[in-house]
Design a protein around this ligand. Structure first.
Ligand SMILES: Cc1cc2nc3c(=O)[nH]c(=O)nc-3n(C[C@H](O)[C@H](O)[C@H](O)COP(=O)(O)O)c2cc1C
Length: 165
């Protein structure tokens, strides 16, 4: 199947998660394309979509939210999986606007949503970002679990092409 993996990322950490999703889907025989949401204008030709975003100040990035708004009807016609990447240490239910994700899951009938730990490198942050993050107790470093990402992508690959009984 032809699968679009579209990921909003500011500093590249979530994009790297998207790369692992796309390469895992390819290893499982799918034709996966990785694109930034702002480069996606139409879903024609794609059989399924993985849409994801880094989380900043409790929200998905505008480019990912904008894609969900612009192409909501087309997303609703296809199998869609959502992913978020952030460093929130609170339980998922009290962090990162779970109601927004829940609304989106319902609106487009997404098959699922998965949160993955992200990456924080203070040296690449802007002055404003550093000021924002200093109030939070976010741990510096790369906390991405690419094995877990690949496993999740394998489940998507299998759901789209079930092994015949
Ligand atoms: C200014 C700033 C605000 C952030 N806000 C959140 C947040 O609200 N929730 C969260 O889980 N992670 C938050 N993070 C952590 C990022 O989501 C994490 O670093 C992520 O991996 C960044 O992805 P990117 O490299 O794709 O941009 C924040 C990071 C920064 C620098």
């Amino acid at each position: 199947m032809r699968i679009l993996v579209t990921i909003a990322s500011r500093h590249g950490g979530t994009w790297g998660i998207g790369e692992v999703v796309a390469s895992t889907l390819r290893e499982r025989g799918h034709d996966a394309e990785l694109r930034a949401p702002e480069d996606v204008t139409d879903l024609t030709g794609f059989d399924a979509v993985v849409l994801g975003s880094a989380v900043y100040v409790a929200h998905w990035m505008p480019a990912a939210r904008d894609l969900a708004d612009r192409l909501g009807a087309q997303l609703a016609e296809r199998p869609v999986w959502l992913l978020s990447s952030g460093l929130a240490t609170q339980p998922a239910a009290s962090a990162n606007s779970p109601h927004e994700i829940r609304d989106l899951v319902e609106r487009i009938g997404a098959r699922g949503h998965r949160s993955f730990h992200g990456r924080l490198d203070r040296s690449v942050l802007s002055f404003t970002e550093r000021a924002t993050i200093s109030a939070a107790r976010a741990r510096e470093g790369d906390h991405r679990d690419m094995t877990a990402v690949a496993r999740w992508a394998e489940q998507i690959a299998d759901a789209l092409a079930p092994v015949p009984a």
